[in-house]
Write a protein that binds this ligand. Structure first.
Ligand code: HEC
Length: 456
């Protein structure tokens, strides 16, 4: 009897130990590796900026790039400092959202704590963005901007650069992308497109102009943009824009785009370079993507607030030492499908929220930025077009913090900060304020809500 008992416990021990072995072996097959678990997260959410010529201070591509910064990466992802994505994902969501799920954050933690295993790195595919420096793929035409010499004087600079081109014939354009040469210095760029009259030569005229000069509009004439009768040619406003972390937007075939005349020029208007401590040269580029067919669904732009069609109330004059709330709103007279939105404020911006109230009182949530980050101002594109029915009111609520507690306040002690209207438009200087909400939309067609914006 006793013998039998012993045998039974031994059996139990064997069973137990084998299950322990089983447990461990099953765990080891789930080892978290760079190749299997971490590279896909990094390549989607980090590499677009952390690559050569990206805006990030170092590359995050291969195993060693990431492993040697494992501790810092575990920290910045846990605290949600990186990737920078100021919009509240619980309010509304967008394509190319750079935001890690809790599961992805945890995976990075576990990978770091379990010794940063590499896995079979030969299986890792090179991230798509590395091939052309664009998420839109291979451009059909590349225009090089005149190189700009940047001195080591630690000052901001603003330039207007003419980018002429000649094509054999009128050509349909589907997408444009501005590719900065020195993304760590290029803060923003608003590009317009000018359609020349056949008699004008786009290659004549100044190519670079420093803005902020006394007589800006007279000097602008040096660009030789005018038609032979002195009038200015047709202009496509904001044909291509750039802000840090943004890439060109390619809507599905047939949506957006415009016709590029066989002669013309883009104007990189107010290309803003931040301060540099070293002498350097920026050679930025414009990537152009052609289309075989003319655009069937043209897109339009609505701008609320500064320089726009809807006033800011109360006006944007922010007294020192206060937190100030402002609203701008607009009634929509036709059904529209909203594709992309761009909230814009400067340094003392604190919060930004935009939504539409339908005639029946329902709310359509557009965007909520609970903690404004001046550094990260994206063009947010919806996954599916958002229908706003006619009679709705689009409303923007913004808050500015002009107190000493705001670490981004450009003045100590705080002083009056306002929207300054000069040159027929608002001052773009970062120390002045702006409140803008730009909406790219198309007139609504039945079924627009079902269009997948990411489809090729
Ligand atoms: C939109 C561009 C962008 C994306 C996306 C991005 N970064 Fe960054 N990252 C930057 C820039 C620019 C800096 C330099 C600091 C700054 O400007 O805020 C930076 C700084 C860092 C730093 C250094 C922080 C420090 O304190 O010095 C780390 C680490 C980092 N990023 C990791 C990541 C990781 C990991 C991801 C993806 C999960 C990521 N970043 C995504 C642009 C980006």
């Amino acid at each position: 009897m006793k013998k039998f008992l012993i045998a039974k416990t031994t059996l139990l021990a064997v069973l137990l130990s084998s299950s322990v072995v089983l447990f461990f072996s099953c765990n080891s097959s789930q080892t978290i590796t760079f190749q299997k678990d971490i590279a896909p997260i990094i390549h989607k959410n980090c590499t677009p900026c952390h690559r050569p010529n990206g805006g990030g201070p170092f590359s995050l591509i291969g195993y060693w790039d990431v492993a040697k910064r494992g501790k810092m990466i575990a920290h910045v992802t846990k605290t949600k400092y990186m990737p920078p994505w100021p919009a509240d994902p619980n309010y509304s969501s967008f394509t190319d959202e750079k935001i890690l799920t809790q599961q992805e954050i945890d995976l990075i933690q576990q990978w770091y704590k379990s010794g940063k295993k590499a896995g079979d790195t030969s299986l890792i595919k090179s991230p798509e963005i590395l091939q052309y420096g664009s998420l839109l793929g291979k451009p059909d035409m590349v225009l090089n901007l005149e190189p700009v010499a940047i001195k080591n004087d630690n000052l901001d600079r603003f330039y207007v650069i003419k980018i002429p081109y000649q094509l054999g014939k009128d050509t349909f354009v589907r997408a444009l992308e501005f590719v900065p040469g020195k993304p760590s210095l290029v803060h923003h760029m608003n590009g317009h497109y000018y359609k020349f009259s056949p008699s004008t030569n786009p290659f004549i005229g100044n190519k670079i102009l420093t803005t902020g000069t006394e007589n800006f509009s007279t000097e602008f004439k040096g660009f030789n943009l005018q038609n032979s009768d002195g009038s200015l040619p047709l202009r496509v406003h904001s044909a291509v824009n750039y802000l840090p972390g943004t890439y060109g937007i390619k809507y599905p075939i047939g949506i957006g785009g415009f016709v590029l005349a066989k002669n013309g020029a883009f104007m990189a208007n107010d290309i803003h370079y931040g301060p540099s401590k070293v002498n350097t040269i920026d050679s930025s580029k414009l990537y152009i993507y052609f289309d075989k067919k003319p655009p069937q669904r043209p897109t339009y732009e609505l701008m609320l607030g500064t320089n726009g069609v809807a006033p800011i109330l109360p006006p944007l004059q922010i007294a020192p030492n206060i937190i100030s709330k402002h609203v701008t709103q607009l009634e929509i007279y036709n059904d529209i499908s909203v594709l992309t939105i761009n909230p814009h404020m400067h340094l003392i911006g604190k919060k930004f929220k935009a939504y539409a109230i339908k005639p029946n009182g329902d709310t359509i949530k557009l965007i909520n930025i609970p903690k404004w980050l001046f550094r990260w101002q994206y063009f947010y594109t919806f996954k599916n077009p958002v229908k706003i029915p006619k009679g709705s009111i689009i409303k923007v609520e913004a808050e500015f913090d002009n107190t000493i507690d705001n670490p981004n306040n450009p003045f100590t002690p705080p002083k009056l900060i306002a929207e300054r209207l000069e040159f027929g438009g608002a001052s773009m200087r970062t120390i002045d304020e702006m409140l803008q909400f730009i909406i790219t939309y198309m007139p609504y067609h039945k079924g627009d809500e079902l269009i997948d914006i990411n489809q090729p």
